[in-house]
Write a new protein. Structure first.
Length: 419
């Protein structure tokens, strides 16, 4: 089936009845152009947070399978209400759960990965002239258990459907009108980017920009799905996320991000011998705790300090695991510090432009902002700093790279993005 449009609406876009009606009108308007429409919806507003809090009132450590059963209900409310609203607008619609549309995942509850999308049911409903409303964030495993895809998983649902259906376009509607050079709430002069390369967007999303889920960007890049990030509340071209040729990488830095969901862990006086790092980080990996920045400092007497970062959400579990390993290794102590944050710059152009790191470090130094840890890749530089200075750091770095000014060499967005 040709011309399929996949649209995804986040929780803020469907937070109440009036916003659901507004989304319904936009969906119907797209449908009236003659194109088949598939809509992916998140849970209303803060529903997921409320459900998590309710679960914690029952159990401090609820089983992950039961959490998936609970959290998946939020999207089922949204899709049913949106289907009703669309029908009130005079169009036919049907709401379907992730299981009903054939989204098959692995069995990793709360962090499941999509393995297959079976499109038969969707294509059948579209062939009948119906708008298909799909519950985001969820699927079903080989045991027919409900699974969820992790925070922001509705983005991944939309991209996976767009890839499987060979959709004409995948539009991600959210509460902002595109991807910005920094958080506009922190940097008022931040500007909207017309386009961002997949690799840059993946780094931005991984480093704190909450516009898109990192896994969704990764999936889009793998399957060549072009994304349009747009606002649910105002009309505009938004930002296009797509493949970019090397000649288009004129911009050295495209954006500055910050992330407060960071905690620092230091294992003091670890024996300096082969296999120690593997023993520590393998134990964390077994519990599916992601480690970000890692620094090893060699000391006298064949000892070393191992410093790394995890999310604050993972800190309690990580500390228990690290303390157990540290005892086995004979380390002196385990220290934690949740009062840190990460500020990062991203840009594919920095690979061919020397002095980028020096400019970032200089901007922080001028403000007297101390750097605890530095992490780099070909297209990003991250610094761990005190949380209380993070917004100032973002503003200083944004100004240092003059990201408030339009780059005359910036490539235009594809014409389809303005339609």
């Amino acid at each position: 089936m040709e011309g399929i449009v996949v649209q995804k609406y986040g929780g803020s876009s469907v937070a109440d009845a009036e916003r659901i009606r507004r989304v319904a009108r936009r969906v119907v308007a797209t449908h009236q152009t003659g194109r088949p429409v598939v809509v992916v919806v998140s849970a209303m507003g803060d529903t997921t947070d409320h459900l998590i809090e309710l679960a914690r009132q029952i159990s401090p450590s609820p089983p992950k399978r039961e959490m998936d059963m609970l959290l998946s209900t939020g999207e089922q409310v949204s899709i049913a209400l949106l289907a009703m609203a669309i029908q009130e607008e005079g169009a036919e619609a049907i709401s379907l759960t992730g299981a009903q549309v054939g989204i098959r995942t692995d069995s990793q509850h709360m962090r499941a990965r999509i393995q297959e999308v079976r499109t038969e049911r969707i294509l059948h409903e579209l062939s009948q002239g119906r708008i298909v409303i799909v519950a985001g964030f969820q699927g079903i495993d080989d045991l027919n258990d409900i699974t969820t895809l992790g925070r922001g998983g509705s983005d991944t649902t939309a991209v996976a459907l767009a890839a499987a259906l060979k959709a004409e376009r995948c539009e991600i509607y959210t509460d902002v009108d595109g991807v910005y050079t920094a958080d506009p709430r922190v940097v008022p002069e931040a500007r909207r980017l017309e386009w961002v390369a997949y690799g840059e967007m993946l780094e931005l999303a991984s480093l704190g920009a909450v516009v898109l889920q990192p896994r969704a960007v990764e999936y889009a890049a793998q399957h060549g799905v072009v994304l349009w990030v747009r606002s649910s509340f105002v009309e505009g071209p938004g930002t296009v996320v797509r493949e970019v040729s090397p000649m288009e990488h004129a911009r050295v830095v495209v954006g500055v991000t910050h992330d407060r969901n960071v905690a620092k862990v230091v294992v003091v006086d670890v024996p300096d011998r082969p296999g120690v790092a593997h023993q520590l980080f393998n134990a964390l990996a077994q519990e599916e705790i992601n480690v970000d920045m890692i620094v090893q400092t060699t000391k006298a007497q064949q000892a070393t300090d191992l410093l790394f970062t995890v999310t604050r959400d993972d800190l309690p579990r990580a500390k228990q695991i690290v303390e157990a390993v540290a005892r086995d290794l004979g380390a002196t102590a385990v220290q934690e510090d949740p009062s840190v944050a990460k500020v990062s710059i991203v840009g594919a152009g920095m690979m061919s432009h020397p002095g980028v790191a020096a400019r970032m470090f200089g901007a922080l130094a001028e403000g007297g902002i101390n750097i605890h840890v530095i992490s780099t890749s070909e297209i990003k530089i991250s610094c761990l700093i005190d949380e209380e200075r993070v917004e100032e750091a973002v503003r200083r770095v944004h100004q240092a790279f003059r990201l408030d000014q339009l780059d005359s060499e910036e490539a235009p967005a594809p014409q389809e993005a303005t339609s």
